[in-house]
Write a protein that binds this ligand. Structure first.
Ligand SMILES: C[S@@+](CC[C@H](N)C(=O)[O-])C[C@H]1O[C@@H](n2cnc3c(N)ncnc32)[C@H](O)[C@@H]1O
Length: 275
């Protein structure tokens, strides 16, 4: 069986998409910063697990202006981008990167005050074991902050494109089967599992994501929908597939040229404390 996290054939698209998150989902990241701010007074050491290109790492380094952040990811390419981002934000001296697979024995994290996992817990083979490992790694009283997809990201208006209204819903349905098989923990209800792992639940929040139109939206949608296209299970009607390919191409219908995009989604955030 294919396990998602051992196959990084499309790391580049994923990495560019993660980088663009910070540019397109600016309101969401600002909301996250506000959510965390009341809890970060005593935070000096942070671990960002499954850090990707570092949108979380640099957010945390900014919200906690004296903290050290150790960013862990199994992908050296992601961490190379993360170091560039840290340099751009002027926080290189407070960011350390560690290549490690969270499904294997963990590197020493140095008793962090805060562990952050954004959209990475569902990638782990055994999230309950990861929760237990985070609990053991945190200093007592330390925080564990997790965000996960609540609803899949959407990019097209429901009435668009005109030749195939509702196309995106049908694409998501066709992608869903494979996602449920290959990423079974995506969208899981982790709340009770955190409690079972010995965390106090301080807050559980649903974040509604809406993006104001911004220059990179077309590119963002193009990468994301081409990733959806790779996951199609063969059930998308040929007419829909043709329209989708026009959106992903470089003709007049292409996403980059459209003004009917509506980037939106939802995430769940859990704010947990090790007693
Ligand atoms: C969807 S990305 C999220 C990245 C980042 N946290 C963010 O919010 O932008 C998931 C990340 O988890 C990493 N990852 C997946 N499985 C992993 C594992 N077993 N060990 C370490 N990292 C892993 C991937 O390489 C990828 O960078």
């Amino acid at each position: 069986m294919t396990t998602h996290h051992h196959h990084h054939h499309d790391d580049t698209g994923m990495a560019e998409l993660l980088d663009l998150d910070a540019e397109v989902l600016t309101e969401y990241f600002a909301t996250l910063a506000d959510w965390l701010a009341p809890h970060t007074g005593a935070v000096h050491r942070i671990a960002d697990l499954g850090a990707g290109t570092g949108t979380g790492t640099t957010l945390l380094a900014t919200v906690c202006p004296r903290a050290m952040v150790v960013a862990v990811d199994s992908s050296p390419d992601m961490l190379a981008r993360l170091r560039i981002r840290a340099g751009d934000r002027g926080v290189t001296d407070r960011v350390e990167t560690v290549v490690a697979d969270l499904d294997e024995p963990w590197p020493e994290l140095g008793s962090p005050d805060l562990v952050w996992m954004a959209n990475s817990l569902h990638h782990c083979a055994d999230p309950d074991r990861v929760m237990a490992q985070v609990r053991a790694a945190l200093r007592p009283g330390g925080l564990f902050v997790v965000t996960e997809m609540a609803e899949p990201m959407r990019y097209l208006r429901d009435d668009a494109p005109a030749q195939a209204p509702g196309l995106e819903g049908r694409v998501l349905a066709a992608v869903g089967h494979r996602a449920r098989r290959e990423v079974p923990e995506l969208g899981a209800d982790f709340g009770p599992r955190f409690t079972a792992a010995g965390f106090d639940l301080l807050d559980e929040r649903h974040f509604t994501i809406t993006a104001t139109p911004s220059a990179p939206q077309g590119r963002y949608a193009q990468i994301a929908l081409s990733r959806y296209r790779e996951w199609l299970d063969g059930s998308l009607a040929p007419d829909d597939l043709r329209v989708l390919d026009d959106l992903l191409g470089d003709g007049p219908e292409a996403l980059a040229h459209r003004d009917d995009l509506e980037v939106r989604g939802g995430r769940t955030g859990w704010l947990l404390r090790r007693p």
